[in-house]
Ligand binder design. Structure first.
Ligand code: COA
Length: 248
């Protein structure tokens, strides 16, 4: 899943986490060691308690500098990309755009699929477990209505049941970003995830985009296998750190 993590974004407050955890939270993408003082200054000035910060795995000196500043490693993300040439055949699974009427369905799929998820929220022992679960269903539900979270939400239907969804956002660089992606546990492993990603590629093509990127934790093998099956290839990787300012 991509949480706007693969683009150099400035450090900013993060209302999604603040609403769910009740903790003043910021997010940052640290591109070089020179960025760190600015990020720290922002957090002190804004009374941030939790900073969620990413850096590329390509420059270990940045990760090591964050460790010296008291950041803790929470996960490693891998990003995959595919161009839109030679698209795989359209899936025989029914996939359609979700509407406002599907919000609770999308929420329920996310609740089931992301319970105890192996991501950076659940990896942080200071974050409430139930709130970590809730964050994903909130994010999924809000993606159905908020344009800053998603431009499209695709819903897969199997045997008359909504079984999975994929949220998509067009990025400024011309790629589509597959942001949140889930299939209900009892329907996993039957090609529904791949069907959603295939339809995401067709959506990207219809939007005249250049390619599609999608990311997940390095430990999430099912996701990575599903992307490789439809022609994605590794594109980059990032560490996610949490820094608690009340531990300084
Ligand atoms: C990730 C997820 C969306 C994939 O959906 P899915 O419908 O199960 O995916 P598919 O069946 O299309 O493809 C999964 C592939 O991974 C394979 N796979 C699953 N677990 C595997 C493992 N541990 N090792 C190797 N292969 C594995 C499956 O066999 C399948 O490959 P196949 O087509 O060759 O059989 C779904 O598992 C899910 O919702 N997981 C929980 C939430 C999550 O991780 N979301 C994604 C965050 S980025």
């Amino acid at each position: 899943m991509t949480e706007q993590c693969f683009r150099p974004v400035p450090v900013a407050l993060s209302p999604l986490e603040e609403a769910r955890f009740g903790i003043r939270t910021a997010r940052a993408m640290v591109l070089s060691m020179d960025d760190l003082p600015q990020v720290m200054d922002f957090c002190h000035a804004e009374n941030v308690r939790l900073l969620i910060s990413r850096c590329s795995t390509r420059d270990l000196s940045v990760a090591q500098a964050m460790e010296r500043f008291g950041f803790s490693l929470m996960d490693t993300l891998v990003c995959f990309r595919r161009t839109l040439e030679n698209l795989p055949e359209r899936p025989d699974v029914t996939v359609r755009p979700a509407t406002g009427a599907d919000i609770e369905t999308v929420r329920a799929i996310a609740r089931a699929a992301f319970h105890g998820y192996d991501g950076h929220y659940h990896a942080d022992p200071r974050l409430d477990r139930a709130a970590c679960d809730d964050l994903y269903e909130d994010w999924a539900a809000r993606s159905c209505t908020l344009a800053d979270l998603a431009d499209e939400v695709l819903l897969a239907e199997v045997d008359g049941e909504s079984a999975g969804f994929l949220t998509l956002k067009a990025l400024e660089d011309g790629d589509a970003d597959g942001r949140l992606y889930a299939v209900v546990p009892h329907a996993q492993g039957r090609g529904i995830g791949q069907a959603l990603v295939r339809e995401g590629l067709y959506w990207s093509q219809a939007e005249a985009l250049l390619g599609m990127v999608i990311s997940t934790q390095v430990t999430n093998i099912a996701s990575q296998v599903s992307w490789v099956r439809v022609g994605f290839a590794p594109h980059g990787s990032f560490y996610t750190f949490h820094k608690w300012f009340d531990e300084e």
